[in-house]
Design a protein around this ligand. Sequence first.
Ligand code: PLP
Length: 400
Amino acid sequence: MYQQVKDSLDAALQEIRDSGLWKSERTIASPQAARIRLAQDGREVINMCANNYLGLSDNEEISKAASQAMEKWGYGLSSVRFICGKQEIHEQLEVELSQFLGTEDSILFAACFDANGAVFEPLLGEDDAIVSDSLNHASIIDGIRLCKAKRYRYANNDLNALEDQLKQARADVTKGRIMIATDGVFSMDGTIAHLDGICDLAEKYQALVMVDDCHSTGFMGKTGRGTHEHHDCMSRVDILTGTFGKALGGASGGYVSGRKEIIELLRQRARPYLFSNSLAPAICGGSLKALRMLSQSTERRDRLWSNTAFYRRRLEEEGFTIPGKETPHPIVPIMLGDAKIAQAASAKLLDKGVYAIGFFYPVVAKGAARIRTQVSAGHSEADLEEAVQAFVSVRSELDW
Ligand SMILES: *Cc1c(COP(=O)(O)O)cnc(C)c1O
């Protein structure tokens, strides 16, 4: 029977190749870091495309804490929490994460993808409404699909458009709950959500606020708590979701954090919590260490921001078009427009020792192709200057 399916799958795969949208994976022969070794030729290149914002992915203290947690608590739990319970290290991580984020309680998931898949369905039914930013992450979109609430979408980060949708939602679900869902930072552009304005509107229309802070936690705001600290609205956000797989060490794991009753209900009803394995002890130990390090010192956060300022300034001096000047973020997209040029530029950059990936339709709008680069506290200014020089020379070769 399979032959028929195989033929149509082969055709689908060929179509992806033919349309230039094939994604191939590189093999890395070193730990994740500011400089990585490529398996293909053993060359060392500057990594400009990791979410390793604080340079913690290869941090020795975190690796050691993870090993110690594994020694003490074992390799895995072989169970979900409502059956075999949790270990003290899970409790500890939930408590310290809540302290770090300034929330009442937190619940752990295998990934933020699962957290976003878990958070809507138990809280919103068919008499409720969800108002979602048009550039929200795929996992928010999927999570919303799983719940029966009425759906409203507003133009990216546009408070007027949000208000229009809130008015409509309030008219449609007079007595129901409304939840606004937004990324804290939009990952393709590196732009920061207007959370203060969003919270004002939420109050006006009696809506809950849910923020996915994956590209912020650990470094946005004065002490790195996230976008809610950056916008000085820490107590006004009801739900934060996030990941341990980016700035906080980069392994894996996710969470929902926020109001106590919301977290309690999720423990009872969230399907990815009830039917998926507990976080491995090593991940808990490493993540705890990362949170403790960031609570003790803002040094890594500060270095990330001075690196970001240096890199953005140098690119602008060299005449590149980069969005987000007013609200600079370590996500720095270099706009190229054409998808083919973005792909060619990425290949040439790698030849020059800079690893950065082109993003084009359908990940971003047609004609808005770009190379998305990401700054890390692990980069030196010399690394970043080398990256800028590589962009300058690729630009002249490709004449973009
Ligand atoms: C990376 C990311 C996720 C997924 O996080 P994982 O823990 O890797 O599943 C969810 N939302 C946003 C905005 C992200 O950037």
